[in-house]
Every structure is written in C-alpha cells, then in structure tokens.
Design a protein around this ligand. Structure first.
Ligand code: SAH
Ligand code: SF4
Length: 358
C-alpha cells in the first residue's frame, strides 16, 4: 500500500491472497477466481460490473479495495497513428508513462516498473529525471489493464508486453515479477510467458536470480558498449557490474534454459557506432544464443549525442552478421511524442502536450 489512508489496490493481490481474504469474509473459495477472471479477462473496472456476485459482496469489495490507482493525465497520439503514450498520476502524485505500439498483427505495450530511474544512463530521459520510487505490482499491472480495455473497445487485445518503460525492472525485482506472473496466470490476464520481455541494464545478482527461478519471460540486456571504459562512461552501473561478470551471468542464463537473449544497442554517432565496437561486440557474443537490436539513438534533453547515420548502422550490422550474429535495426515509433526508447520522462510529456492535441 502506498498511502496509509488509501484502500489496498486489488491488483496488488495474488489469487491466494484474495482467496484468504474472501474465506475470512465467509465467502466460498471459488469467488476469488470469479473476481480475478472478472478483473483480468472481462476487464471489469469496478465492483458494480460484477453482476454475477451478490450485491452485499460487491459492496464489500468496493468498500475494502481500490480498483483504480492510476489516473491518466495526458494522452499523446503519434502522427504514425500506431503509437499512443499515456502519462499517469499515481496515488501519491508521482508520475509514470506507458506506451501502446500497434503493428499489423501485434499490440505491444511498453510499461514502467519505476517512477524515474536510479541508474543514470547519460543518454536516457528517464535516467536524467532521477529515481522517484518503485511501483507496486498492482501499479505495474494497471498500466496493462488501462490499454487492454481501450483495445477491447475496438475489438483488439494485448499481444506483447515489454518492461522497457520508465525504470530498471531488476531494481524492483519482486514487484515486477509478481506483476508478470499475475498477467501470465491462466486465471489472470492469461498472456503466454514468451509474450513478455524484461529489459535490464545488467543488474548481475538479479540476472542470477532470474536464471535460477526458471521463468520463461524473454530477457533483453541493454549493452550499448563492448568495453568497460566506454560502457562505464555512458552507463554508470557498469562500474559496479563490469562486462566480464555481466557476460558470466548472461552465459549462465542462456546455458541454463537454452534461451536466446536480446542485446539492445542504441547507436550513437562517434560514440559506439564504430566497426571496432562491432568487432568487440562480436567477440563478446561469440557462441552465445543471441540477437542484437540496433536502435538509432532517440534524442533526449540532456544528452548531446546524436543518432548514428544510416551508413554507420549498415556497417555495424554487416560486421556483426559477418561474424554470424543475427542483428536487426529496430523500427523507430512515436518519436514525435517522445515515446521512443529512453524518451519517457514526465517533463518531456508535459512540454510536448503544449504542441500536441491530446
Ligand atoms: N532500464 C531498462 C529498461 C528501460 S529502458 C534498461 O535499461 O534496459 C528501454 C531501452 O531503451 C533500453 O534498452 C535503453 O538502453 C534504451 N534507451 C535508453 N535511452 C535511449 C535513447 N536515448 N535512445 C535509444 N534507446 C535508448
Ligand atoms: Fe534506467 Fe534503463 Fe534509462 Fe538506464 S536506460 S537510466 S537503466 S531506464
């Protein structure tokens, strides 16, 4: 719970937590499952929707639980017609953002795990805003439910979820994984594990833990540099978790579950876009089951670097491919509303609102 005076958020509860509460109210055990299916599958928004439940139980649910903690404050739609970003106010007035990206057969949500981020990567707008606080599992889930309801209204549904919004998910491990487990649960949102991707800057103890827990969610590592000197200069946490250790953890993850890992690389002109970096990266990745995503750097307010030009991207990609490493250049979406990778920051959205119709 965030505020002592506020009611507990129903999405913060596991199914067993809810079962225990309902049993203590003298309700039959199956009610918890019924409520969960109502929330996560019928996408009911409050207890008044729960017509199969007795009126007294509906009232009790309403009195005891909150069904909404995120208030959508600003919604920006990209000119591309396929990207929408929403800024939400939390119950303690902190703010977060989440993004919907529509593709021909996919609806991907990019959700936040924290308000702000403590990692301070120099090229990232969220890092530039600093750390505000961790989100609860329910607050992470609610971002998904918000968009799922909107998609349902137009006959669509969420197909993929990436934890690549604000924050470092492995710096808020428990809440993030609890949220994903609830969204994955067949009595809950029931989205297949392989439809989720967690992106981390490389918090090594959390990668070890993730490996040992055998969860089937996809893992992406934000690498961006192939030697410690360069990586530490743009990603401060690299000083604590250097590349040798990081790659030990990555190798263990891949070997343990035979899982392919995604490597994220924001291409920054004259910083990390050289063929020499590509060669070093190929050396690090030799023999690993992996895929590299190259993302032309998105502009952010406090970083002067610019996106690598097209030839730079092609040469880098060609170098990796000639070492047998699969590599794609990621499509940029929602740059006009600052919804691209690393662009989520409350300040940006509030400024952008002035020039975009919400
Ligand atoms: N904290 C996690 C997840 C959120 S960031 C992480 O760092 O992985 C989502 C992705 O956007 C990461 O791969 C991050 O490195 C990348 N990114 C950050 N700033 C960017 C920028 N300005 N341009 C392109 N990608 C960026
Ligand atoms: Fe945090 Fe990820 Fe941004 Fe780094 S790139 S500051 S870890 S959100």
């Amino acid at each position: 719970m965030i505020h002592p005076e506020s009611k507990p958020l129903i999405y913060d509860l596991d199914l067993t937590d809810l079962e225990i509460i309902l049993l203590s109210w003298g309700e039959p055990g199956y009610r918890a499952r019924q409520i969960w299916q109502g929330i996560y599958q019928q996408l009911w928004t409050d207890s008044d929707d729960f017509s199969p439940l007795p009126l007294s139980l509906r009232k009790k649910l309403n009195d005891r639980f909150s069904f909404q903690s995120l208030i959508p404050r600003i919604t920006l739609a990209s000119k591309d017609g396929e990207t929408v970003k929403t800024l939400f106010t939390l119950s303690d007035q902190r703010e977060i953002e989440a993004v919907w990206m529509g593709y021909s057969r996919r609806n991907t949500l990019c959700i936040s795990s924290q308000s702000g981020c403590a990692m301070g990567c120099v090229f990232c707008a969220t890092g530039q805003m600093g750390f505000k606080r961790n989100l609860s599992s329910g607050e992470i889930i609610e971002q998904v439910l918000h968009y799922a309801r909107q998609l349902k209204a137009v006959g669509k549904s969420v197909t993929n979820i990436v934890v690549m919004g604000m924050g470092e998910p492995f710096h808020n491990y428990d809440a993030t994984l609890q949220a994903l487990d609830r969204l994955n649960n067949s009595n809950g949102f029931n989205l297949g594990a392989r439809r989720f991707t967690i992106s981390t800057v490389g918090i090594i103890p959390a990668i070890h833990r993730f490996t040992s827990e055998n969860r089937q969610y996809n893992l992406a590592i934000s690498l961006h540099a192939a030697d410690d000197e360069l990586r530490s200069s743009i990603i401060p946490i690299n000083k604590k978790y250097p590349l040798v250790e990081l790659f030990k953890a990555i190798r263990e993850y891949i070997d343990h579950g035979r899982r392919r890992i995604t490597i994220e690389w924001a291409m920054i002109q004259d910083v990390n876009d050289s063929v020499d970096q590509a060669r070093k990266l190929a050396r690090l990745l030799a023999g690993l089951l992996c895929h590299v995503n190259l993302i032309p750097l998105n502009p952010t307010r406090s970083y002067r670097g610019i996106a690598a030009p097209r030839q730079g991207l092609s040469a880098f990609q060609a170098e990796l491919e000639c070492h047998g490493i699969p590599c794609t250049v990621r499509l940029r979406k929602g740059i006009d509303i600052q919804a691209g990778c690393g662009q989520l920051s409350v300040e940006n959205t509030v400024a952008n609102q002035k020039i975009t119709v919400s």
